[in-house]
Design a protein around this ligand. Sequence first.
Ligand SMILES: Cc1cc2nc3c(=O)[nH]c(=O)nc-3n(C[C@H](O)[C@H](O)[C@H](O)COP(=O)(O)OP(=O)(O)OC[C@H]3O[C@@H](n4cnc5c(N)ncnc54)[C@H](O)[C@@H]3O)c2cc1C
Length: 424
Amino acid sequence: MIEEQVRDRLNWAGNYEYRARTIEHPTSLADLRRAVAGATRISALGSRHSFNDIADSPETLVSLDVLDPGVEVDERALTVTVGAGVRYGVLAEHLQRRGFALHNLASLPHISVGGAIATATHGSGNANGNLATAVVGLELVTASGDVLTVGKGDADFDGMVVGLGALGVVHRVTLRIEPTFEVRQDVFTEVPWDAVLADYDAATSSAYSVSLFTDWAGDTIGQVWLKSRMDSGSDVPAQFYGGVPADRAYHPVPGVAADHCTQQLGVPGPWSDRLAHFRLAFTPSNGQELQTEYLVGSEHAVEAIQRMRELAPRITPLLQVSEVRSMAADELWLSTNYQRPGIGLHFTWKPLQDEVEALLPEIEAALAPLQARPHWGKLFAAEAAHLAPLYPRFDDFRALALRMDPEGKFRNPFLDRTIFGTTP
Ligand SMILES: Cc1cc2nc3c(=O)[nH]c(=O)nc-3n(C[C@H](O)[C@H](O)[C@H](O)COP(=O)(O)OP(=O)(O)OC[C@H]3O[C@@H](n4cnc5c(N)ncnc54)[C@H](O)[C@@H]3O)c2cc1C
């Protein structure tokens, strides 16, 4: 076991300082079990890409960054089993070398599998569930230090995948995979909002994954990114609702060089080099941005976008760029897409925390009639009393957490505030 005082106390964005006193880096499952069994308060730390206090603990953090249980591909079952600390980009390269693929990736491949599934991290695509929907098995170290192995179909499995770190430390994850496929990425600029909003479902079904990048001001969407599967049998759209086909590579933030973005301009390539927006080889500098995201059901997609456009005078001055993506429904209790297909209204903010936090209640009030669910790993203002009615299985999750962790070993101020509705 490698144990250290938490010296580097910051998350990736540098906007949150962890309060835990120590961080442990187990090098084996036995080490991890001892760490959890011996702790009074402990939380799993992923790759620190969340923007709030979700991964913190009053006492100890445990990181799986040096615990490598290896990668096991089951070619017959079409699954891969990996350590929860592995980053998606590393896993993607491994799978691609073996001729396999994941169904989707988030915008950044540097995020850990354990951390991403715990918060229902997603990519885009009307038919694509979030990354947690690929999970078919979990091996968790529970509060007692015992190992619990659960699979899809087992009791409470659907409650355990998007676990917010509240149920245990996930040691290994088994994910559904498929044969590798190629993707091309095409960007259109200056796409008229009216044309897209008049035909929203069809517009966002134009490719395997569609992202709208906007600053909400004006009549056009800044950029639309279409990621098309080459094996889909559908033609790649040459036109997109009156937008201008890009003749050079774009970064989502206007004016930023596209060097760190995945290949565009319609050049086909492996899924592992196209589904994320940013390349793994590029190590992002820490921070210079904050993020927020709200997910609404697809029946409210157009209304939600219109409400954000109306708020543009308040939003745009604080914004680097927004991204609108779509996700399929799933059955994971605390998934932001639980039993509802929908869209995510994402905001990449300038690093102005006080101003952003002052604005969030206004955005949340505008989206409240549309039952918007905030992304668990990003900045939001809502607390348990507001969140509970948005999730039909919220009480079941609370009961599951209390049953699996009766002494509150994995509790932290984030969980107290957003799930249990108590102030520690
Ligand atoms: C630049 C950037 C781009 C992003 N892009 C996207 C995107 O495209 N789509 C999207 O949906 N989100 C996106 N996010 C948000 C990000 O995916 C989530 O915040 C995610 O949870 C971060 O994972 P992490 O490994 O950093 O986990 P952390 O932030 O370290 O932890 C998050 C949660 O996971 C839990 N956890 C971590 N490891 C384990 C484990 N082994 N067992 C149990 N619980 C665990 C923690 O306890 C905590 O509750 C982005 C964030 C950044 C900084």
